[in-house]
Design a protein around this ligand. Structure first.
Ligand code: FES
Length: 495
C-alpha cells in the first residue's frame, strides 16, 4: 500500500502580514516540486531540471543534505539556513517548509479573496450540477477530466479539473521567452520567421502539462479550455501576427475557436481586441463581472496593462503598454510590487521629489532598501508605467461618465496584484486615492475562468463565451486626444 506523507508549507501566500499555511500530502519518494505544484503552490522554476536555482524552499526541520548542484547554485548562508531546491529532493518523511515570497511564481486565488472564491465556487457548483444533469440524462458517464489552461506571456499554468474539483496542476515558464519578455517581441519574432517554432514550443508545453495531469489523476483530459492574450492565441493557432503590429491592429481571429492540441480538442476563449484578449474575458467570467450591478474596475498588470470598467451590460476596456517596470528590474530579485513599495517608502522618507528625482548621493548610485537596489532609471520606468495606467483608468472613467468614487471594487489580477501593497499603489499615484480600501487581489482569474467555462456542456462554449463580451467596447487610448495630456499629468508622484 502506498504511504502518505504530510507536508506543512508556510509563507509566500500572504496578503498584508497574514502568513498563510497549507497542508499537503505526498506519496513517499515523490518529487517535492511536483508535490508543491499539485498543491497549487508554484515556484519559479525551469521545469525541474535543476539548472535555474529558483525553486527554493527552506526546510524548517530536517533539511536533506545538499546535492552538488545545490552547492553550486545556492550560497553558503542559504545552505546553512536550510534552503534547498525543491526539484532536487523527494519526500521521504513528514516535513515543514517555507516558500519565500521571491521564490513564488503564480499565486493561487484560493485564500486571497474569500468573496471572489466563494462566488466562483458557487458558480462552479452551479455549472457542475448543470453539467451533471446533462451528463446523467445523456450518457450517465462520470464527469470528464478537462484541462483549464492559462497561456501567459511569461508563464503557462494548467489545472486538471473534474466535476468542479481540481485533480491536477502544472506550471511552466513560457518557452517563447527566449524571443523576449513581452508580446511586442513575440510579434516581431513571429514576423521574422519564428512563428511556427513558437507554436510548437507552446504545443510541446501543453502536451507536457497533459502528461503530468494524467500522472496526477490517472485520466487523460478529454479537452482543454484555453485563456490567453490575443498574441498568444494567434501564435498557437498559426495565424499571422503581422496585423497585430500595425495600425489598425486588426486581429486575424478573436472569436471563440476550437482546434486540436496534443490530440484533444482545445477550446479557445474569445477576445475583445488585439490588446484585450481571451485571458481578460476569462477573468471577467471568473469574477462574474457580467452579473454585477456595482461599477467595478478590473486591472491585469504586467508588461501590458489591461483595464476593464463597468457593470452588468456595459463595459469599457482598454490596454496600455506598461513596459518592464511592473515586472521589476526584469529579474527575480526585484518584483514590480516591491519596486512600488520601495518607491512609496522613499517618497515618504523625503529622499525623492514629486518629479521622481532622488536626492544625492542616491541620484548617482541608486538606493537600497530591504535588500533591493533601486536606480534612478528604474524609478523613471515606473513613472512611465504608472502614468500610462493611471491615465488609462481616468479616460475610461470619463468615457463611462463615472467618478472614481463610484467604483465599488478595484480588482487586481495576477501575481502582481497579489503582491501589490494597495497603500503603496495609491501613494505613488498608480491608483487614485478614491480607490483606497476598495483594492483587492483576485489571483489568476484567467485560469479560474477557464476552469469555470470548461465545466459545462462544451457544445454551448462559443455562445457562452461570446455572451461575456456583449456590451464590451474597446477604447483605443492612442486615438484619444486627451490621453497624452493625462499621461504627462500622471508622471509626477502625488506630493
Ligand atoms: S526548477 Fe530550476 S532548479 Fe529546480
Amino acid at each position: 500500500m502506498s504511504e502518505k506523507i504530510t507536508l506543512l508549507v508556510h509563507g509566500a501566500f500572504y496578503q498584508g502580514d497574514a502568513i498563510r499555511r497549507r497542508m499537503l500530502t505526498a506519496e513517499k519518494n515523490e518529487n517535492l516540486l511536483t508535490v508543491l505544484k499539485r498543491g497549487g503552490l508554484y515556484l519559479r522554476d525551469c521545469s525541474g531540471n535543476g539548472s535555474c536555482g529558483k525553486c527554493k524552499v527552506r526546510f524548517l526541520t530536517g533539511a536533506p543534505l545538499p546535492t552538488t548542484g545545490e552547492r553550486a547554485l545556492l550560497s553558503a548562508g542559504e545552505l546553512r539556513a536550510g534552503v534547498r531546491l525543491a526539484c532536487r529532493h523527494t519526500v521521504s518523511v513528514s516535513m515543514e517548509l517555507v516558500i519565500e515570497a521571491e521564490a513564488a511564481a503564480i499565486p493561487d486565488v484560493v485564500g486571497v479573496l474569500p468573496d471572489a472564491v466563494s462566488a466562483w465556487r458557487a458558480d462552479a457548483s452551479d455549472a457542475v450540477s448543470a453539467w451533471r444533469v446533462d451528463a446523467e440524462d445523456s450518457v450517465g458517464l462520470p464527469a470528464p477530466v478537462f484541462a483549464a489552461v492559462d497561456i501567459g506571456t511569461t508563464t503557462i499554468a494548467m489545472r486538471g479539473m473534474c466535476g468542479g474539483k481540481e485533480v491536477g496542476a502544472y506550471a511552466a515558464l513560457n518557452p517563447q521567452r527566449v524571443y523576449g519578455a513581452d508580446v511586442v517581441s513575440r510579434i516581431s519574432a513571429g514576423m521574422q520567421g519564428h512563428a511556427e517554432e513558437m507554436r510548437q514550443q507552446i504545443c510541446a508545453c501543453l502536451a507536457d502539462g497533459m502528461r503530468l495531469i494524467k500522472e496526477q489523476c490517472g485520466r487523460t483530459p478529454a479537452y482543454m479550455v484555453i485563456a490567453a492574450n490575443t498574441t498568444m492565441v494567434h501564435l498557437l493557432c498559426g495565424d499571422s501576427v503581422e496585423p497585430l503590429s500595425v495600425f489598425p491592429f486588426e486581429p486575424v481571429n478573436i472569436k471563440p475557436q476550437q482546434i486540436v492540441v496534443a490530440g484533444i480538442p482545445a477550446y479557445i476563449i474569445c477576445g475583445i481586441s488585439a490588446f484585450v484578449g481571451g485571458d481578460i474575458v476569462s477573468g471577467m467570467a471568473a469574477l462574474g463581472l457580467h452579473k454585477g450591478s456595482n461599477l467595478q474596475l478590473f486591472i491585469d498588470l504586467g508588461t501590458n496593462g489591461e483595464i476593464v470598467l463597468g457593470k452588468k451590460g456595459t463595459f469599457l476596456c482598454t490596454a496600455t503598454a506598461a513596459g518592464p517596470a511592473f515586472e521589476g528590474n526584469g529579474s527575480a530579485d526585484l518584483m514590480g510590487a516591491d519596486l512600488i513599495r520601495i518607491v512609496a517608502g522613499v517618497l515618504d522618507e523625503g529622499l525623492m521629489d514629486a518629479h521622481g528625482l532622488l536626492k544625492e548621493p542616491y541620484f548617482t548610485k541608486g538606493i537600497t532598501r530591504a535588500g533591493a537596489h533601486v536606480t534612478q532609471e528604474s524609478i523613471r520606468e515606473l513613472q512611465k508605467a504608472k502614468a500610462a495606467i493611471a491615465a488609462g483608468i481616468e479616460l475610461l472613467l470619463e468615457q463611462y461618465g463615472a467618478a472614481a468614487g463610484e467604483v465599488s471594487d478595484v480588482l487586481l489580477a495576477g501575481g502582481f496584484g497579489y503582491y501589490l501593497n494597495p497603500d503603496a499603489a495609491v501613494r505613488i499615484g498608480l491608483l487614485s486615492d478614491a480607490f483606497a480600501g476598495k483594492i483587492r487581489a483576485v489571483g489568476n482569474t484567467a485560469l479560474k475562468g477557464a476552469c469555470l467555462l470548461g465545466n459545462s456542456d462544451m457544445s454551448g462554449f462559443a455562445a457562452r463565451t461570446e455572451q461575456l463580451t456583449k456590451g464590451c467596447t474597446y477604447l483605443n487610448l492612442a486615438a484619444q486626444e486627451k490621453f497624452e495630456k493625462k499621461y504627462i499629468s500622471h508622471l509626477d508622484f502625488p506630493s
